[in-house]
Design a binder for this molecule. Structure first.
Ligand SMILES: NC(=O)c1ccc[n+]([C@@H]2O[C@H](COP(=O)([O-])OP(=O)(O)OC[C@H]3O[C@@H](n4cnc5c(N)ncnc54)[C@H](OP(=O)(O)O)[C@@H]3O)[C@@H](O)[C@H]2O)c1
Length: 313
């Protein structure tokens, strides 16, 4: 009996290995069209990582969750993980950490395989309140550590907040700490007292707001740049932009894929959001083509060098 079960398990293992090998070969040959559909495992394996300044590996492409709340949020996070995303970006202020946690749980994926980011909102700034807010975020997400915790905006008692985050980092409750929406002078102020250097600065970056100064500054200071709203949340008619569509045609890729590939080729981590599984899959299929130098330069000309979210300034 026991032998029978062993044999059956062995047969299943061989079948799984064969499928995986076939899938890998197929992916190499056929590329994006099979991503997600063939094997979510393969899709997640195909997302390259970057090594942060503290040695932590972070996926170069993740899933944004702003506005994905309640049952929709949980469904989207579960679907995103099922098609291969491993980096999930949330924040206290999105009001969806519980939904994100439900999606993670429903995905059945081991916690260690995921890279979960949350952010400390300005109302919770200060040493004690940061520690409390962090615990609340963990509880809502249903996890016992975060991969990345960011100061959402450079407001309030940033010094007290950073000290609390450093302590949580030292205790091993956060694998990397960073900032969001920090200008170079705000970064320099923080560095005057920081014991731990931020690993990340998550800022608005897309083809209409390319952030060249911040890009150079972050490269020099060895802080990884992460783009929020990599599609400008659809503003300025990005999904019907003629220049991006023309470039996409050459590679048989969509505007969304051209945008995400442009981020990737600049070395920027991007966290696109989508409520549609087809878009989630499409947005992952960017690692099988390369934008030429001249197409990168043409995209460079789309820069308006201005935020598309003036209401948040
Ligand atoms: N740190 C910060 O201050 C900050 C600020 C803003 C955002 N963020 C983070 O960044 C993430 C991304 O930014 P975002 O949510 O503002 O917007 P975004 O990712 O720039 O754009 C999302 C929009 O693009 C559409 N979309 C996605 N894939 C598409 C595709 N393949 N084809 C056509 N349309 C597509 C989505 O519609 P469908 O749902 O129909 O696909 C949605 O309307 C957020 O979710 C959040 O995690 C951080």
């Amino acid at each position: 009996m026991e032998k029978g079960i062993r044999n059956q398990k062995r047969r299943e293992f061989i079948k799984r290995s064969a499928l995986l090998t076939a899938g890998t070969l197929f992916m190499g040959a056929a590329g994006s069209k099979v991503l997600g559909a063939l094997s979510p495992l393969l899709a997640s394996k195909s997302i390259p990582s970057v090594t942060l300044n503290n040695g932590l590996q972070m996926p170069m492409l993740g899933f944004g969750t702003n506005t994905l709340n309640g049952a929709t949020g949980a469904r989207c996070v579960k679907e995103a993980i099922s098609v291969g995303y491993r980096l999930i970006d949330t924040a206290h202020i999105y009001g969806n950490e519980k939904a994100v946690g439900e999606g993670i749980l429903a995905s059945g994926t081991n916690r260690e395989k995921l890279f979960i980011t949350s952010k400390l909102w300005v109302d919770d700034s200060g040493y004690e309140s940061t520690k409390k807010a962090f615990e609340t975020s963990l509880n809502k997400l249903g996890v016992d550590y975060l991969d990345l915790y960011l100061i959402h905006r450079p407001r309030g008692d940033v010094k007290g907040t950073w000290k609390a985050m450093e302590d949580l980092y030292m205790e091993g409750k956060i694998k990397a700490i960073g900032v969001s929406n920090f200008e170079p002078d705000q970064y320099n102020q923080l560095m005057a007292y920081a014991k731990v250097k931020p690993a990340i600065n998550q800022i608005e970056t897309h083809v209409f707001f390319q952030e060249h100064k911040a890009y150079d500054f972050l490269n020099q200071t060895k802080v990884q740049m992460e783009a929020w709203s990599p599609f400008a949340a659809g503003r300025n008619n990005i999904f019907s932009n003629v220049t991006l569509a023309e470039i996409g045609k050459k590679y048989n890729k969509s505007i969304a894929q051209v945008c995400l590939r442009w981020h990737y080729q600049r070395g920027i981590v991007a966290i696109p959001r989508s409520s549609q599984k087809a878009h989630m899959i499409e947005n992952l299929a960017i690692f099988d083509f390369e934008l030429s130098k001249s197409d990168m330069a043409t995209i460079g000309t789309l820069d308006l060098n201005i935020t598309q979210f003036p209401e948040w300034d």
